[in-house]
Write a protein that binds this ligand. Structure first.
Ligand code: DQA
Length: 146
């Protein structure tokens, strides 16, 4: 049976393509979703792809992914640096979880150097732009049990 993976995107990522192009580039979220769908086909993964600006909605989606999915990729955006609720939600689920950031958060302002998500993620990819999402799908393929 196809494995089900979820890709969650946090606040302001709906603006990709029009947002701080020098940092986030020109590729929009719809293009990233399309590339992820192609990559998922290589692994026979079923993909659910979401963006929300709401922290509570991300918690709900993490719980849903944990209850009904096999793997999670999350770019929590600014909530990475603030959210104990997202940290706890990821701790509470039992599926491999890859944290992705488009930019290299360690090469930016110091308030971005700490992530509440990294300690509870299986692994983290940052600084590689949209390619990070593609690599994260390949990473899940190695982490999801048969
Ligand atoms: C981001 C990095 C965060 O610091 C920032 O708040 C974002 C996007 C990234 O993908 O590089 O919104 O998660």
């Amino acid at each position: 049976m196809a494995k089900k993976i979820t890709i969650l995107n946090g606040p302001n990522l709906n603006l990709l393509g029009n947002r701080e192009g020098d940092i986030y580039g020109t590729v929009g979220l719809a293009e990233i979703e399309a590339a992820c769908l192609d990559e998922c086909a290589r692994f026979d993964f079923e993909l659910a792809f979401f963006q929300t600006n709401s922290e509570g909605e991300l918690v709900t989606q993490i719980q849903e992914a944990g209850a009904n999915g096999d793997g999670l990729i999350i770019n929590p955006a600014a909530y990475s640096h603030t959210s104990v609720a997202l940290h706890d939600a990821i701790r509470a689920i039992n599926i491999p979880t890859i944290e992705v950031h488009l930019s290299n958060i360690y090469a930016r302002e110091t308030f971005r150097h700490h992530s509440y998500i990294s300690p509870v993620a299986t692994g983290t990819i940052c600084g590689l732009g949209p390619t990070g999402y593609i690599l994260a799908i390949g990473a899940l393929a190695t982490q999801i049990p048969e």
